[in-house]
Every structure is written in structure tokens, then in C-alpha cells.
Design a protein around this ligand. Structure first.
Ligand SMILES: Nc1ncnc2c1ncn2[C@@H]1O[C@H](COP(=O)(O)OP(=O)(O)OP(=O)(O)O)[C@@H](O)[C@H]1O
Ligand SMILES: [Mg+2]
Length: 295
């Protein structure tokens, strides 16, 4: 893993982020939380979450990637990892929290997903309190927690996405994706989400990506009166799915410089995300509306 992290840092340096790169390894003291989410499924959330997580880590930030797709947890599959424990084992009390923390590429830490969080509804209050404390303590070890959520405006996804400092909505140029992204933005703003940014993925050209974003933003400004921010566009590139098939992370593969530069720009914008509320992600996740957590 050391050589992968080094490779990413070299790429980050080539792209002119030396000043960030040379910062000493230390925690900023407040963990920024980012949910990578979407209205429509299959738009590239998990890839975007992974790619940006390793690039943010290349800025010498401590990054935790939490796979919170409760239906189709697949971060570990994309990486060819076969974790023997996941979030579900921890919640069931079969192992401690450190046993579900796996070292991923580029020095990121990963908590593999499973249908785990919904089990929290059935555990006794004493144990729930302990889990909450452990998660909140864990979060203080990181600069960034990036959460890969499922798709759609279902309760579980919104629970995660509305409590982070930033919701990063991934969409594609397809009209259905536009409609679903708008629905997602509306629900997230209704739930008090402080900031929403967009990545347009699978674009035929940068122009197509920008136009797609403009269409969404025009609707949002017109009806919801709060503009979105475009964090970047990514091209449709068949090497992404080739790499997924080989369980290799494309941003660590040679020959994808222009794609990687775009990911790096997105990661740079993520790195600049402000902490909106003093409480960390897990404190917000549990304390705001504890009863509504796992309906
Ligand atoms: N930029 C891209 N170019 C080409 N193919 C892509 C791109 N991004 C993602 N894909 C492909 O699209 C498919 C879906 O990607 P991914 O699993 O990341 O989407 P997702 O939004 O997380 O899906 P789900 O909603 O099921 O969680 C994968 O086969 C992946 O290889
Ligand atoms: Mg996914």
C-alpha cells in the first residue's frame, strides 16, 4: 500500500498541489463528512467515492471510507477485498470496531458495508449508546469521512446524506438522472442538508457535463432558490468498467492522466469543504432525530 500512496502523492505533486502535499501528517481536529449519493442508481457513486477518497488521502489527509449502501454494499468487491468482518458483525457484537477497519488503497481506511445499520433499531439502549460513543470516537481519528450511500430518496440514504457537511450528488447526462437528481436535491434541502455539490459522470464531453449541470442548477435555482456547486465532470471511459472487472482501482493504473486530473480537481474541492456544524457526522446521525433513524 505504501507504493500506491506514494504514486498518488507523486501525481498530486505533478498537478501542482505541493503546498498541500508538504503539510505535516496531523489531524485538523474536525472531521469533515461527505456523502456520495444519487437519485438514480448505477451512476458511478461507488467509483467516485473510491477515486476521490484515495486522492484526498494523497493530500496527506486521514480518510475513512464508510460503505453505507445497505442494499448492495460493494466497495470491498471493487477492490477485490474479502473482508471476514463487516459493519454487521460489529453491530451484532461479534467483534470490536477496530476489526472492521480495513486498510485500503492509497492509505485510506475502509469499513465494509452490509445490511447492518438497520439492525440498530433492535439492539438494547445500553449497547446502542456504547456503539454511538465508539463511532464518534473513531471519527475523531480522521480528517474526512466519505460515505458511499445507496441510490434514491429512501429513508436510509437520506439519513446519511442529510447529516453530512456535504452531499455530493453523482448524476449522468441522461434525462432520467436529471429528474432523479432534482428529486434528491429537493429532499436533501427539505431535510436541512447544508451543502450540495454535483459531479456529472459518464459524459461524452466536458461541454455535455457542464450543460447537464446547468439544466439541473437552473431547475434548482428556479424552484428551490439555492444554487448548487459543480465539483466536476468525468468522461464516459470504458476503462472504468474494465478496471472494475479486474478489481483494480483505475486511478492507480497507468495511462489515465486526463481522467485522473479531473478526479484530482474534485478531490481538491472536497478537501476545501468546511465543517458546517460543530458536532461530527455520527453525533448528528444519532442525536438529531434518534427515533427516525431506522424506520
Ligand atoms: N466514468 C465512467 N465511465 C464508464 N463507466 C463507468 C463510469 N463510472 C462508473 N462506470 C460504470 O458504471 C457502473 C456503475 O458504477 P458504480 O457501481 O460506481 O455506480 P453506483 O452509483 O455506485 O451504483 P449503485 O447505485 O448500484 O450503488 C459500473 O459498471 C462502473 O464500471
Ligand atoms: Mg454503489
Amino acid at each position: 500500500m505504501r507504493d500506491q500512496a506514494q504514486k498518488l502523492r507523486e501525481l498530486a505533486m505533478e498537478r501542482g498541489v505541493e503546498s498541500v502535499y508538504h503539510q505535516p501528517d496531523k489531524l485538523s481536529g474536525s472531521c469533515k463528512s461527505i456523502a456520495v449519493t444519487s437519485g438514480k442508481g448505477g451512476v458511478g457513486k461507488t467509483n467516485v467515492a473510491l477515486f476521490t477518497a484515495v486522492f484526498v488521502a494523497a493530500f496527506r489527509k486521514k480518510v475513512l471510507l464508510l460503505d453505507a449502501d445497505l442494499g448492495l454494499a460493494n466497495v470491498h468487491i471493487m477492490l477485490g477485498m474479502v473482508p471476514d468482518k463487516n459493519i454487521s458483525h460489529y453491530i451484532d457484537g461479534q467483534c470490536s470496531l477496530d476489526k472492521i477497519l480495513y486498510r485500503g488503497p492509497g492509505g485510506i481506511d475502509i469499513i465494509p458495508g452490509a445490511s447492518g445499520f438497520e439492525k440498530l433499531a433492535n439492539i438494547d439502549l445500553g449497547r446502542l449508546g456504547m456503539l454511538q460513543n465508539e463511532f464518534m470516537k473513531l471519527e475523531s481519528n480522521y480528517d474526512f469521512i466519505i460515505i458511499d450511500t445507496g441510490a434514491g430518496i429512501g429513508n436510509n440514504v437520506i439519513q446519511f446524506a442529510s447529516r453530512t457537511d456535504l452531499s455530493l450528488i453523482v448524476m449522468t447526462p441522461e434525462p432520467t438522472s436529471l429528474a432523479d437528481a432534482y428529486a434528491m436535491v429537493k429532499v436533501l434541502y427539505d431535510k436541512g442538508c447544508p451543502k450540495i455539490a454535483v459531479v456529472v459522470n459518464m459524459c461524452a464531453s466536458e461541454r455535455e457535463g457542464n450543460e447537464t449541470f446547468d439544466r439541473l442548477n437552473a431547475l434548482v435555482v428556479k424552484f428551490l432558490k439555492r444554487p448548487l456547486e459543480l465539483f466536476g465532470t468525468l468522461p464516459l471511459d470504458r476503462d472504468v468498467s474494465q478496471c472494475v472487472k479486474k478489481q483494480k482501482l483505475m486511478v492507480l493504473d497507468k495511462g489515465h492522466e486526463s481522467f485522473n486530473k479531473k478526479v484530482l480537481d474534485i478531490a481538491r474541492k472536497i478537501s476545501g469543504v468546511q465543517v458546517i456544524e460543530k458536532r461530527g457526522f455520527f453525533a448528528r446521525f444519532w442525536n438529531k432525530e434518534p427515533k427516525g433513524l431506522i424506520e
